[in-house]
Write a protein that binds this ligand. Structure first.
Ligand SMILES: Nc1ncnc2c1ncn2[C@@H]1O[C@H](COP(=O)(O)OP(=O)(O)OP(=O)(O)O)[C@@H](O)[C@H]1O
Ligand SMILES: [Mg+2]
Length: 233
């Protein structure tokens, strides 16, 4: 059995008498330690899928097995524990706490799990040693995203889920952030899923999952993923 196994998963929204199917019969699997690129246009259902994998939302049908456990069948309490200890989540717009410093934002995550990484050390890994006592408003967008990554990674999560992590960043900073995520995956072994609409990122993944109109329309394995430095967009 694969590390992540999503089987015939559906997520439907009901608004004003109409039904929107955001994830329609989604099936794929991911091996432990892989870097996965989930590619698709706006509205394809990527965030819906990522939120379900992160235990922040539940499917209407199907199985979502992560490391041998079906999170679609978990109780609220089990899901809370899963989110807390197993998942690192990087949001598109950082979601940092404004009145806490960079270090305190990372501590927020590291303090809730056992065996967390040292916040100052993770901030050093993302190149922010000199900024640990700054507040989010004093940091650039790229720096804030790196704090968000440090926060997600500090917990030593089993899976690292990133929703458009470079969406709000310029080209060079975006590449820097991708490099950090690839390093976190390769060095720390976290199974990492990156959602993007940018097809140029496909070559860096061990696996590419393509979504269109709520469906998975293609899955490719990449035997020799490209270096971040070699891709352009
Ligand atoms: N809470 C909700 N209520 C109703 N419809 C929703 C809700 N959330 C998402 N949808 C719909 O589900 C579909 C998939 O949305 P989703 O946010 O997963 O797309 P996405 O691929 O992440 O898009 P983007 O690249 O723009 O972030 C869209 O049609 C969207 O309008
Ligand atoms: Mg989205």
């Amino acid at each position: 059995m694969a590390y992540i196994d999503v089987e015939h998963m559906y997520r439907r929204y009901h608004t004003g008498g109409t039904e929107i199917i955001a994830n329609n019969d989604v099936t794929f699997s991911v091996e432990r330690g892989e870097l996965v690129i989930i590619l698709g246009a706006s509205g394809a259902g990527k965030s819906t899928l990522l939120n379900i994998l992160g235990g922040m939302d539940s499917p209407d049908e199907g199985r979502v097995v992560v490391d041998g456990r079906d999170i679609a069948r978990m109780s609220r309490r089990e899901l809370t524990a899963y989110r807390r200890t197993d998942v690192g989540f990087v949001f598109q717009f950082y979601n940092l706490v404004g009145n806490l410093t960079a270090k305190e934002n990372v501590e927020l995550a590291s303090e809730i799990v056992r065996d967390a990484q040292d916040p100052a050390e993770v901030l050093r890994l993302v190149g922010l040693s000199h900024r640990i006592n700054n507040f989010p408003a004093q940091l650039s967008g790229g720096e804030q995203q790196r704090v968000a990554i440090a926060r997600a990674v500090a917990k030593n999560p089993k899976i690292l889920l990133c929703d458009e992590p470079t969406g709000a960043l310029d080209y060079a900073t975006g590449k820097q952030v991708l490099q950090i995520l690839q390093d976190m995956c390769r060095v720390h072994g976290a199974t990492t899923l990156i959602v993007t609409h940018n097809a140029a990122l496909a070559p860096i993944g061990d696996r590419v999952i393509r979504m269109r109109d709520a469906h998975v329309v293609g899955i490719e394995r990449n035997p020799s993923p490209a270096d971040i430095a070699s891709i352009e967009w």
